[in-house]
Design a protein around this ligand. Structure first.
Ligand SMILES: [Fe+2]
Ligand SMILES: [Fe+2]
Length: 354
């Protein structure tokens, strides 16, 4: 027959555990008698309301409650525990009257981890208490590991975001240095694209990506020879074919840098047109990725409203009217509707960032 000392040896983790004992006086005294020699911190409450208060104010590692706890009963305490996300995982042992199988079934249905009766021996009772406290330890350990994992993931995500930002900034600079796109154009295309994507109701994560990657739409121009890029007059058909390749160069560059799919799609397809007349693949309608459809509208609007070395600027309102009028067939109608709704905001961005 195991002695109390033997049980103590088994219980190397028990001394710091706090147990809430919620029962009317004579059951509570029996529980205290059975557990007191083992060093548990016992918080005894002899009515339901005090037990609820103690449970919420100082959550224990284990709750042992009698069904017939007065005002309100043990079932109410169990329900309260399981419905509160902060303490819902706390192990719960219910003490039922030895002659009531209905109480036992109900206790399990409400989420009790263990049910004992008032006729359970002290040794069996303590063994079950130990099992539940181990359960509590494992749950706590699991929660801590989950929290640590969350911190690690957040840290890695932050590092990755920093690397991405550094890469995007470096590539933006490269585009600027190639002397074909000004910093202002890059910023405005990013702002227009962000605004349009928000108006379309796309997810905030996607809108953020669009703002981040839209500036890279022409990054492939670094691969086009200077005499073509900076040519003052009209390009010959051969030169124009070479110029069109900036979409492929940009795509290849971003693919090689393992950039996000959204960035690669923008670089490759921002010259595709809704009616299939664009390049490099002649994609049509919704076959063009949405990110490229948005950036193409933003890019063309800004190009029309900005002076380039080969053409004067249109008034921004005129540029928008042209986009929504004679050039309408080139763009996604859904995006043009969004442009129409946010006309004023687009014009405000133009005047602020020019
Ligand atoms: Fe382009
Ligand atoms: Fe552009």
């Amino acid at each position: 027959m195991p002695t109390a000392t033997f049980e103590k040896k088994l219980d190397h983790i028990v001394t710091t555990f706090k147990i809430l004992v919620a029962a009317h006086r004579w059951t509570a005294e029996r529980v205290v008698q059975a557990l007191a020699p083992f060093g548990y911190l016992l918080d005894v409450q002899t009515d339901g309301l005090s037990a609820q208060k103690a449970l919420l104010e100082s959550p224990p590692h284990l709750v042992i409650s009698a069904v017939d706890l007065p005002h309100p009963d043990g079932f109410t305490l169990l329900r309260l525990l399981r419905s509160n996300p902060k303490i819902a995982d706390t192990p719960f042992m219910m003490i039922v009257s030895g002659t009531s199988p209905d109480e036992e079934i109900r206790a399990f249905q409400l989420g009790a981890d263990e049910v004992v009766s008032d006729s359970t021996s002290d040794i069996a009772f303590r063994a079950r208490v130990r099992v539940l406290l181990r359960l509590s330890t494992y749950r706590t350990r699991l929660q801590n590991e989950k929290r640590m994992l969350g911190i690690l993931v957040a840290e890695r995500t932050r590092e990755l975001t920093e690397i991405t930002l550094a890469m995007v900034t470096a590539l933006e600079k490269a585009t600027e240095l190639s002397d074909v796109e000004t910093g202002g154009h890059i910023l405005r295309v990013s702002s227009y694209s962000g605004l349009i994507s928000e108006e379309l109701g796309l997810s905030s994560e996607f809108c953020e990506k669009l703002r981040l990657y839209a500036p890279l739409h022409d990054v492939g121009k670094v691969g086009v020879p200077d005499h073509i890029l900076k040519k003052k007059g009209k390009l010959t058909p051969e030169e124009y074919e070479e110029m069109k390749k900036h979409t492929l160069y940009g795509y290849e560059l971003l693919q090689a840098a393992k950039a996000d799919r959204v960035a690669c799609n923008i670089a490759l397809s921002h010259h595709e047109r809704w009616d299939g007349s664009g390049y490099p693949e002649g994609l049509k309608g919704k076959g063009i990725p949405i990110e490229a459809r948005i950036v193409s509208v933003a890019d063309v609007f800004d190009a029309l409203a900005t002076a380039r070395h080969y053409k004067p600027a249109l008034h921004p309102k005129e540029a928008l009217n042209m986009l929504l009028g004679e050039l309408r067939h080139l763009f996604d109608p859904m995006i043009l509707d969004a442009v129409q709704r946010r006309k004023e905001d687009l014009l405000a961005i133009h005047s602020k960032e020019t």
